[in-house]
Structure formats: C-alpha cells, structure tokens
Design a protein around this ligand. Structure first.
Ligand code: URA
Length: 434
C-alpha cells in the first residue's frame, strides 16, 4: 500500500477500506508514514468526512496502537465518563462517588489540565498526599474493595492519538467530527469500561460552539461506542458560562464537596444527576430516570457519596479528614472581591477567558511541563440571568499576591456583561442522547 494513493482516494471522496485504515495507522505509529502525509490525510478527512464504518475502523486501529486495559479482575459493571472539556468542570469529583455509592464500579483514568480547562488529576492532588500513581494492582484492589479509584494513565494507551493529536493541533484539523470521535473513543475503549457516558460541551467555552455541532459529535461518539459493543450515552450541556462557580483546583474541590454535602444545588448537581442517571440506566441499576435520580439524590442525603470520596482519598494515601473538613485544603494568601461597576442583570460571562484568568493566576498549565498552584483561581457569585446591584461582588479572586489579584479582578469584570433588561437563564442540559 502507498500512503499517496490513500490520500488521493480520500481527497476524491472515496471510502477507505478497513485494511487501508489499519495499515495507515500502524505505519504512521511505526514512523513509516511521514507527518506531512498524515497532515494531508487529516485535511482530506476534514473536508470529505468519514462513514460510520470508516470512523469505527479508525477508532479500533487507534485503540490497538497501544495497550488496552483489562478490567476483568474487577467484579460488577464498570463505568467511565468523559467530558469534552470545560471551564470549572469538577463533575467527576461528584458524579463518580455518587455512582459508586449506588454500586456501579468506577475505575477511571483521568488526565491533567492544559490551557484554560482543568484536569481531574490536578484537582485530586489538592488533597495533600493524594497519590494518582498507585499502580494497576492497587487500583484494581481498591475498586474491588471500595468501588472507586481515579488514577493517572498507567499503560501506554493509544500512542497513535498522541502523535495524531499533536499533528492536528498544528494543521488546523482538530475540528473534524470523525477525527474527534476516533480520538476520544479510542482512549475510552482502551480504558476498558462497560458503560461510557459522554458530556459534550457546547458554547463559547467549548470546542463545539453550536448545538448542531455538539449533537453531531454526541451522536458520532455514542454510535461508535455502541458499534464497539459498549453501553453508551451522551449529554449535551451548556458551556457558555463556567460550570458551577469555582474555577481553580482546590476551589473546585471545595465546591464539589459542598455539592456532595447537599449544601449546593444548581447546574453542577443537575449535570451529575443527568449523567449519573444515564450510567445507572445503562448499567442496569435503574429502570428509568425518576428512580435513577432518586437513588443518586439518596447518596447525597445519606452522606454515602461523601463517604465514598473520603474512602477513595484515604485509599490513595490522602486523609479522609480533608474531605469532611475542606478548610484544611490549600488556600491562597490573598482574596479580593470584584464589585460590579453597575446594576442590572448578568447577561454573559466569557467562559474561556475566565478559564484563562485562573490559568494566569497560576492555576493552569501553559505547557505540559508547567507547575501549577493548587490554591489559586476564582469563585463566581453570579450566574447568567442573576440580578446584580451596583458594587455587589461578581466574584472573589484567590491569588498569591495583591498585584496578581488586582489584575485578575479587572479581567474578570471585563468578562461579565451586565444588561439593563432581565435576561432569561439559558437551558443548561440541551439534549440527552441514549
Ligand atoms: N479531545 C480529544 O481527546 N480529542 C480530540 O480530538 C478532541 C478533544
């Protein structure tokens, strides 16, 4: 086979065969297909698209480019969740303990944050001592014993994606549905869970800016999951404003704990109930949405979900006391309020820019190698649709010094649009695809 022929075939709108796709990925990973050829192929796919069969073949070829995790030593149904990336997204810290408290096993490998979006691993490391590298044996033992473990990637999963994603990032070929679907699903399938639930973000702070694009992606992801033999569902959610109120690692952990304690409701709890219901139904743990939501809410009311998080933290070398008393978590030395310059209604918050403020305060990584400060970030006091009085605080900045705090406060004020007329609260859950 010659890569030149495959590029021309896709360029001219023809379907690649299973064998051609397998050969292309294997040869690319082996260094026998050059980056410039793969770039041309990605661009041809960007314009010509791929059929469901081609996308499945690409996904499976990528998945088999590295190790595939075997979770068969874990008893019961194993579930995994993926988010396409958002600002203030601490969902896994709430959802996973809730679902585990209902009896579905959570054996999840998470990532670190890069750019304006945070990663679950960084958030978990806000618990002093928390070990994301406990190794596969302890990981499996913990899931069997307490029903939940969240760790960093151990095995060399999907090396094809590492190479391909880096290439797409610099060749303008990231926003292609078949390439995104194969990138996400190859990693999810390699992680070994039986049930996969996807949170597809939509809006100014997300990859997919419109609901139509998000729906196309969600349908593509679930189709490939099901074709690969998994139970799969997706939820399309709003990312026109940050999720919940806190943005920054320890601040997000504190917010997650307040949801698990039943102190905080709103979009964050709603998302966890929606994703959690999809998991319980797909896992066969609930017959319908009403009974699934009731079970999940019960884990909050009884304290079972909070206890599950505490058990996980303790089992991964942290202290359960930090879960029950989050004032023990890292706290930035300087806190500054951001008073509104005018009265009105909050009509828009620039989600991506809010994420960047937290990053510039030191809470996010500009490059993979950057160190992060777990204590910094910001907490919004208003969501879109809320009334704001003059001088009322729009949010609190948590910073390492007064100069950084003042700069971040100005930036946050600039991210918020205040209108004279009342503004309708945007629908948060846009669609559920099951
Ligand atoms: N996230 C991924 O993992 N891959 C993509 O292509 C896009 C988002």
């Amino acid at each position: 086979m010659r890569m030149t022929d495959l590029i021309a075939k896709k360029r001219d709108g023809f379907e690649l065969s299973t064998e051609e796709i397998k050969w292309m990925i294997a040869s690319y990973v082996a260094g026998e297909v050059a980056d410039y050829q793969m770039s041309a192929m990605c661009m041809a796919i960007f314009f010509r698209g791929m059929t469901a069969r081609e996308t499945l073949d690409l996904t499976m070829a990528m998945m088999h480019s590295g190790e595939v995790i075997d979770l068969s030593a874990i008893e019961g149904v194993k579930a995994d969740k993926h988010s396409t990336g958002g600002v203030g997204d601490k969902t896994s810290l709430i959802l996973c303990p809730m679902v585990a408290a209902c009896g579905v096993k959570i054996a999840k490998m998470s990532g670190r944050g890069l750019g304006h979006t945070g990663g679950t691993l960084d958030k978990l490391e806000s618990f002093p001592g928390f070990n994301i590298g406990i190794g596969e044996e302890r990981f499996i033992e913990n899931v069997n014993r307490i029903g939940i473990s969240l760790i960093g990637q151990t095995a060399d999963i999907v090396p094809a994606d590492k190479k391909l994603y880096a290439l797409r990032d610099v060749t303008g070929t990231v926003p292609s549905i078949p390439l995104i679907v194969s990138s996400i699903m190859s990693k999810k399938l390699a992680s070994g869970a039986d049930v996969i639930v996807l949170d597809v973000k939509c809006g100014s702070g997300a990859f997919m800016k419109t609901e139509d694009q998000a729906r196309e992606l969600a349908e593509g992801l679930t189709r490939i999951g099901r074709l690969a033999g998994k139970k799969c569902a997706a939820v399309i959610t709003d990312m026109d404003q940050p999720l919940g109120c806190a943005v920054g690692n320890a601040l997000e952990v504190k917010e997650a704990i307040s949801v698990l304690k039943g102190e905080k409701k709103g979009d964050l709890l709603e998302l966890c109930l929606t994703l959690g219901s999809c998991i319980l139904i797909e896992a066969g743990f609930a017959a319908d949405v009403e009974s699934a939501r009731a079970k999940l809410l019960e884990t909050i009311e009884s304290g079972a979900a909070l206890k599950k998080l505490a058990e996980m933290v303790e089992a991964q070398d942290g202290s359960a006391a930090d879960v029950y008393d989050p004032s023990r978590l890292p706290l930035a030395p300087v806190q500054v309020e951001v008073p509104s310059e005018r009265a009105g209604y909050l009509s828009h918050i620039e989600a991506e820019k809010v994420g960047l403020i937290s990053m510039h305060l030191g809470g996010g990584r500009a490059t993979k190698e950057s160190d992060i400060d777990l204590s910094v970030g910001l907490v919004l006091h208003k969501k879109v649709g809320d009334a704001v009085a003059e001088c009322e605080s729009l949010g609190t900045i948590h910073a390492t010094n007064a100069a950084k705090a003042a700069e971040a406060a100005d930036l946050l004020r600039a991210c918020c649009t205040i209108s004279d007329a009342p503004v309708e609260r945007p629908a948060f859950i846009k669609a559920i695809i099951r």
